[in-house]
Design a protein around this ligand. Structure first.
Ligand SMILES: [Cu+2]
Length: 196
């Protein structure tokens, strides 16, 4: 019986660990709005990545085959400030759609998601020209990000992105299941032994 409870504790620890790892990467999904008469809309997904933040932007409504600079600025779309983080340029395809991922390492997720920054893409590249799409980054609540929508927006881009982001949880679940099975097996043997 003593061994059984050890397995029980182990199981609890494992379950807690898998929940913690699922919550550790904070994320928030922004709706990029068309501004200044443009038709450029889409999403910007910010995901905590170590001490940095990964910014994945998907936009459509550009003129076909055009290139567009993007930035994280201080302020809000309504009260705009300077550039603090240059984002990788988006090159629109023949349909006017495109995406760009930027791994930002000079600012943490908490610093970017403090309610005083926004994501913006522009009409052209080098120079960027006027803004065409904008989204405010909401302040992240302590300990948690925007919710569990990390994988959904990234999925259509490429299988790799979806896989790497999904990878953690099912593995932890599998490990948990294994511990349950081993624990149950040992418990069964223990019960049989003590019954003799
Ligand atoms: Cu800008």
């Amino acid at each position: 019986m003593r061994k059984l409870s050890v397995f029980g504790v182990l199981l609890l620890v494992l379950a807690t660990m898998s929940i913690a790892s699922a919550q550790s990467a904070r994320t928030t999904t922004l709706q990029m709005k068309a501004v200044e008469g443009s038709k450029v809309t889409g999403t910007a997904v910010l995901t905590e990545s170590g001490n940095g933040v990964m910014v994945s932007v998907k936009l459509s409504g550009f003129d076909p085959n055009t290139k567009h600079d993007g930035h994280i600025h201080t302020g809000t779309c309504e009260a705009q400030g300077g550039v603090v983080v240059p984002l990788n340029a988006i090159t629109a395809d023949a349909s006017g759609a495109g995406s760009a991922d930027t791994t930002e390492t000079t600012m943490t997720f908490a610093q970017v998601a403090d309610g005083k920054h926004y994501v913006q893409y522009h009409a052209s590249s080098n120079p960027p020209g006027k803004q065409v799409s904008c989204a405010n980054i909401p302040a992240a609540t302590a300990g948690q990000g925007g919710g569990g929508t990390t994988t959904a927006p990234a999925a259509p881009a490429a299988g790799i992105g979806g896989l790497s982001q999904d990878g953690g949880s099912p593995l932890a679940l599998l490990a948990g299941l294994l511990v349950v099975m081993i624990g149950a097996g040992t418990g069964y043997r223990l019960v049989r032994k003590s019954a003799k």
